[in-house]
Design a protein around this ligand. Structure first.
Ligand code: A2H
Length: 253
C-alpha cells in the first residue's frame, strides 16, 4: 500500500480433494491455493482459507508439476519474479470463480489442524495479492469477524453453499501473546471497538493497524518451535524456514 513494493509470502495451501470444476485438474499435479500474507509467522493459527465468491481466479502451471490457484494478475507477476516455468507468462490450465473453491478441503503448513476449508470473504480485493487469503482469527480482526459472521448467520452460509461442518467446529487458536491484548488480540480489539460485522470497514482498518503494529513489536509466540520468542525476532526466520521447505514462495508487487 502506498509507496514501495509490498513483500508478501505466498503460503501453499494444498487441495486434498478436487470437487466440481476442479476435477479437471485430476492427475495433473498437486494443486495449491496460493494465499498472500504479510504475517507468515502466524500460520500456526490458521482455521480456514478465504476466497471471493464472484472473484475471477485461475489454475496455473507451476514448477515441479505443481499447480497454483490465484488471480491471473498475480500469476503473471509471479512469472516475472522467476517462480513459474516460463518467464513473463503464466500458463492457465483452468478458469475458476471463487465460488468453485468454496468448501475445498486443504492441508496447510504449520497449522495444528489436519484439514481446513475454503470459505467466502466478501471484502477481498482482487487488485492486491493473489485474491486468496489464509485466515488467522486469533490475530487478524478481518478474519475473526468474518468467521464469526459465518458462524452466527445461517443465511450467509446458505447463500454461498457453506456446510456447517466447514465452519462450526473451528475456534480461534491462540498463538501469540501481546502484553495488554492477551493471546486473542483480534477478538479483544473487535470486542473493545464493538465491531459488528465484516462490513464495519473503517473500524476494522483501525483495529487491524493496532494489532498489526503491537503484534510485531511486542508479541511473543506461544506455540511451535519458536515458542517463547518475540515475533520481531523470528518473523524472518519462520519465513525463511517455510520458503526453504517448499511451503511458500516470495512474492512482491
Ligand atoms: B494477513 P495489505 Cl494474522 N484482499 O495475513 C483483502 N485482504 C487481503 C488480500 C486481499 N486481496 N490479500 C491479503 N490480504 C490480507 C494474516 C494476517 C494478515 C494477520 C494479521 C494481519 C494481517 C492472516 N490473514 O494483515 O492490504 C492478508 O492478511 C494486516 C495488514 O497488502 C495480508 O496479511 O497491507 C494482508 O491482508 C495484506 O494487507
Amino acid at each position: 500500500e502506498g509507496v514501495g513494493p509490498q513483500d508478501y509470502t505466498l503460503i501453499k495451501l494444498r487441495a486434498l480433494e478436487l470437487p466440481g470444476k476442479l476435477a479437471a485438474l485430476q492427475g495433473k499435479g498437486a494443486v495449491f491455493l496460493m494465499a498472500a500474507t504479510l504475517r507468515p509467522e502466524t500460520m500456526y493459527g490458521q482455521t480456514n482459507c478465504w476466497a471471493l465468491p464472484e472473484g475471477d481466479y485461475g489454475a496455473f502451471q507451476g514448477r515441479n508439476d505443481e499447480i497454483y490457484v490465484m488471480s491471473a494478475r498475480s500469476a503473471r507477476n509471479l512469472s516475472y519474479q522467476d517462480k513459474l516455468p516460463v518467464e513473463g507468462s503464466a500458463e492457465q490450465l483452468l478458469e475458476l470463480k471463487g465460488q468453485d473453491l468454496i468448501g475445498v478441503p486443504l492441508k496447510v503448513p504449520n497449522s495444528q489442524l489436519e484439514t481446513v476449508y475454503v470459505l467466502p470473504l466478501l471484502t477481498i480485493s482482487m487488485g492486491k495479492g493473489t485474491g486468496i487469503v489464509t485466515s488467522v482469527p486469533s490475530d487478524a480482526p478481518d478474519d475473526f469477524i468474518a468467521l464469526m459472521d459465518l458462524k452466527r448467520k445461517d443465511k450467509l452460509r446458505e447463500k454461498f453453499g457453506v456446510k456447517d461442518e466447514w465452519v462450526l467446529p473451528f475456534e480461534v487458536i491462540p498463538i501469540i501473546n501481546i502484553p495488554g491484548f492477551g493471546d486473542r488480540a483480534a477478538e479483544k480489539v473487535c470486542t473493545d471497538m464493538k465491531i459488528q460485522s465484516q462490513n464495519d470497514r473503517d473500524k476494522l482498518d483501525e483495529a487491524k493497524k493496532q494489532v498489526y503494529l503491537k503484534g510485531f513489536t511486542d508479541g511473543v509466540l506461544t506455540v511451535g518451535p519458536h515458542a517463547g520468542k518475540k515475533v520481531c525476532d523470528v518473523k524472518a526466520v519462520i519465513r525463511a524456514e517455510m520458503l526453504g521447505a517448499g511451503q511458500a514462495l516470495p512474492y512482491s508487487e
